[in-house]
Write a protein that binds this ligand. Structure first.
Ligand code: SF4
Length: 241
């Protein structure tokens, strides 16, 4: 199923959610991914939760939907994705018990080009990411109480201290990173064992997959995120700062 909408459930107050995040973080310091997801299922339920997914692999939607069937999976449809990424999105929609929510920027690529000039990603990638990823995600997250991300500590030094559960001040909801302690090999093992959809680019040197103009393959053993904005100082799109 595809949608650009948001759920309409009654939201608890930011103070209540912030307190819940603190309690969960204290309770689940060294918990497994499944224990973290079970905590969300007990305290929120599927209606209040969203799963962010880049469609590099579907391990996060798979693990979450086992406890929260019907959960929304947010796909940031920037207009710049590889064809393989759209194919993987289709596989996830077809094979997993989730609802895909296509999160769209306010402007199409053509409209953005008319306003800012073509190839904004090459001249001002921070603005391009803000317009096509960060702002649209912020808007859609306002309809939820908790969101899951696939951020892992082994992806980059900037992610080494990623907590399992935290309060997301910028977006005003609980942020859960159940795979924080997993390695890239753990992801591949889980995907193979459970027959989870994986973007075919992963086997072609792309351990981290974003928009096509800003993603290059990396050599074996290199920083998995070194192929993102490879010729620029930028290392993060801004979703997880
Ligand atoms: Fe734009 Fe590149 Fe960011 Fe995609 S990753 S939104 S193309 S700057």
């Amino acid at each position: 199923m595809s949608s650009t909408g948001t759920p309409t459930s009654t939201r608890r107050s930011p103070d209540e959610l912030r307190a819940l995040a603190a309690a969960g973080a204290a309770e689940l310091d060294e918990a497994s991914a499944d224990e973290v997801i079970a905590w969300v299922a007990r305290n929120f339920g599927a209606e209040a939760a969203a799963v962010a997914c880049s469609m590099a692999d579907a391990v996060l939607p798979h693990t979450v939907s086992r406890r929260l069937p019907g959960v929304d999976v947010l796909f940031l449809d920037t207009g710049y994705h590889f064809a393989q990424t759209h194919d993987t999105r289709g596989d996830v929609a077809r094979l997993l018990p989730v609802r895909i929510v296509d999160v769209l920027p306010e402007r199409t690529v053509t409209e953005q080009d008319a306003e800012h000039g073509s190839e904004l990603f090459a001249r001002d990638p921070n603005l391009c990411c803000a317009l096509r990823k960060v702002d649209p995600l912020h808007r859609v997250l306002g309809g939820y109480e908790v969101w899951f991300t696939g951020v892992r500590r082994d992806e980059a030094p900037t992610r080494a201290n990623t907590p399992l559960i935290a309060w997301d001040e910028r977006n005003g909801l609980v942020k859960v990173n159940p795979l924080a302690a997993w390695s890239f090999e753990d992801i591949l093992d889980y995907a193979g064992t459970h027959n989870v959809p994986v973007n075919p680019l992963m086997a072609q040197g792309y351990p981290s997959i974003g928009c096509a103009p800003c993603t290059k393959p990396v050599a074996e053993g290199d920083d998995p995120r070194s192929g993102r904005w490879a010729s620029l100082a930028k290392t993060e799109c801004g979703l997880h700062l």
